[in-house]
Write a protein that binds this ligand. Structure first.
Ligand SMILES: [Zn+2]
Ligand SMILES: [Zn+2]
Length: 173
């Protein structure tokens, strides 16, 4: 059976990764493996923006894909961007195998609020399922409770459930 592979990109808290691994395994009903060693994110660092280009990181993830790979999800704590946007929470290959998510702007501290580990974990799960949904060829959904609803701000992630609405679930290929 093909597996969901998680790849840390830089230093990611192991307890958070382990928790995400268990949740995704249960949700997608596939074996889920944590790949090591971590990918070094510095190759995609752009000093003029002080951010990491997510598409470049996705390109660097390609060699980690094997015959066993169902999907490969990169997880990083670094701040991601694509050139046309200020930032991205994550990026995915539509209908492909690769996706990446960042915890950077999912942390309450980023918004000047006290740390909330549980909220961070929940947001990371929702964002991970969202990006994996794109790899399953899903586009954005109008149902704001659905994990495939677009989120341009962190508050929108908090409205969503980390699950697909029945319409999206039926369209998964
Ligand atoms: Zn999206
Ligand atoms: Zn939906």
């Amino acid at each position: 059976m093909k597996e969901l592979h998680l790849l840390p990109i830089g230093n990611v808290p192991p307890d958070l990764l382990g928790w995400l691994q268990r949740q995704l395994c249960e949700l997608f009903r596939v074996p889920c493996t944590l790949l090591q060693p971590a990918l070094d994110p510095r190759v995609a660092y752009h000093p003029e923006r002080e951010q990491y280009h997510s598409s470049e990181l996705i390109a660097r993830m390609q060699p980690y894909v094997s015959d066993q790979t169902w999907k490969l999800l990169g997880v990083t704590t670094e701040d991601l961007y694509i050139p046309i946007l200020t930032f991205v929470f994550g990026e995915a290959q539509i209908g492909g195998k690769l996706a990446i998510v960042s915890t950077h702007r999912l942390r309450q501290e980023f918004y000047g609020l006290p740390e909330d580990k549980q909220l961070l974990a929940q947001r990371l799960l929702t964002e991970s399922v969202h990006e994996l949904g794109h790899t399953l060829q899903l586009t954005h959904c109008d149902d704001y409770n659905c994990v495939m609803a677009a989120s341009h701000a962190v508050e929108w992630i908090d409205i969503k459930q980390p699950t697909f609405c029945s319409d999206c679930a039926s369209r998964i290929v």
